[in-house]
Design a protein around this ligand. Structure first.
Ligand SMILES: C[S@@+](CC[C@H](N)C(=O)[O-])C[C@H]1O[C@@H](n2cnc3c(N)ncnc32)[C@H](O)[C@@H]1O
Length: 387
């Protein structure tokens, strides 16, 4: 297999704010960092490593395997250069694929035309060789090819993931305003939490932060949960390799330590949803779920990390009401969470000011198009200045 052999560039896109955590994950997996951008990291490796990244990465969106790069100045050249690639190694004659693209080329006004030329090259080659042609269309649940075409520089990738890797398959009911799983994992990494200390998550909503924390604590990779990846639709792909990778990862998963993970929410329906999600993720037995006002959340001795994602209402009136919640949250941290480091994630800086504690560090993230801050408040003895 030519297209899947050897070491290729592998691009992992991510949402804004996450790149530094994705880089850290790739380094931990012993992958080289070739290029760092704000919304993607490029590494290099063989195809088995690309599959492994799909299973292991907590903060990356998808894993793109570079198939080829060349120059083309117009759609005909694009077609001519794509036609000789051995697409039959990837796409079965009775298979299905879709094409998507990012194009900035003066001859292309509508990306769909560029996508069509990619599709034509793949279909024409396979029809010529096999007498039959694969189907293609907009569905992105099987093979997906990504075209990046900037001026005359073309890079064509196989999207080995399919639907975003944020989908771990444990959250069937997202609840209200849930965090993406990849963002929740990055927030926990920003908090420097690695499972050695207590983890407290008031206002847990659907439980994403607590569940991602429990998975990190147990060294359970997201790939032990997610059922389907695009690479499984590759012509002749044998699930054996995937099963072996999962089995190896499972052997490394560690049982719980003597720490406490506590998640609470005032809404009983959300607590129920969070518990169901944790059950599907296989971590329900390590998280203590409580239905209570955040101020009643128990804070065990021994210190640790407290992460909270309160609502940050954008409608008029909501903000006034929420000011009180944020003020109460600040009081709760001051009075009850000594010995912890607290992190508040919010899309409203005005409300964050109401916390009334000195911000030690700040990270910015994109949360579904809204720019959000994660503020750190160390609550060690003597560090509680207001500011
Ligand atoms: C933005 S959502 C959290 C979403 C969560 N991070 C997730 O991924 O699903 C905020 C949550 O705070 C809860 N909440 C609001 N006021 C509260 C209070 N006073 N005490 C505890 N929880 C509260 C809401 O029920 C809601 O589930």
């Amino acid at each position: 297999m030519l297209l899947l052999e050897g070491r290729h560039h592998i691009v992992v896109p991510c949402s804004p704010g996450i790149a530094q955590f994705l880089t850290r994950e790739l380094r931990d997996l012993k992958m080289p960092i070739i290029e760092e951008r704000s919304t993607s990291i490029t590494t290099k490796g063989d195809f088995t490593e690309a599959l492994k990244l799909n299973l292991y990465l907590r903060t990356g969106q998808r894993v793109l395997w570079r198939l080829a790069s060349f120059k083309a100045s117009d759609p005909d050249q694009l077609y001519e250069k794509l036609l000789p690639l051995p697409w039959e190694e990837l796409v079965a004659a009775d298979g299905y694929f879709s094409v998507t693209s990012v194009v900035d080329n003066p001859t292309i006004r509508d990306n769909r035309f560029a996508n069509l030329r990619v599709k034509d090259a793949i279909v024409d080659r396979i029809r010529r060789l096999c007498g039959r042609r694969p189907d293609s269309g907009p569905k992105r649940d099987r093979l997906v090819f990504y075209l990046f075409w900037q001026q005359d520089e073309v890079k064509i990738y196989l999207d080995t993931s399919g639907p975003t890797l944020a989908q771990r398959d444990y959250r069937l009911d997202p609840g209200k305003a849930p965090l993406r799983e990849t963002l929740a994992a990055a927030i926990i990494m920003a908090g420097g939490w690695n499972g050695a200390k207590n983890f407290i998550n008031p206002m847990c909503g659907s439980g994403t932060l607590a569940i991602e924390a429990a998975l990190i604590a147990q060294k359970r990779i997201p790939g032990l949960l997610r059922q389907a990846y695009s690479f499984q639709s590759l012509a002749g792909f044998k699930n054996m390799e995937l099963l072996e990778m999962r089995a190896a990862a499972l052997r490394k998963a560690r049982p719980d330590r003597k720490i406490r993970l506590i998640a609470s929410d005032i809404d009983p329906a959300m607590v129920r949803v969070a518990k169901e999600n944790a059950e599907r993720a296989g971590v329900a037995d390590v998280i203590e779920f409580l239905c209570c006002d955040f101020a009643e959340t128990p804070i065990p001795e021994g210190g640790g990390v407290l992460i909270c994602n309160p609502e940050y209402g954008h409608r008029l009136g909501e903000e006034e009401e929420l000011k009180l919640t944020y003020r109460r949250l600040g009081d709760f941290l001051k009075k009850k969470a000594t010995g912890y480091e607290a992190f508040i994630f919010s899309g409203n800086r005005k409300l964050l000011k109401e916390i009334g504690l000195r911000v030690d560090r700040r990270w910015s993230f994109d949360n579904g198009g809204i720019s959000c801050d994660l503020d750190a408040y160390p609550l060690y003895q003597g560090s509680r200045e207001t500011g």
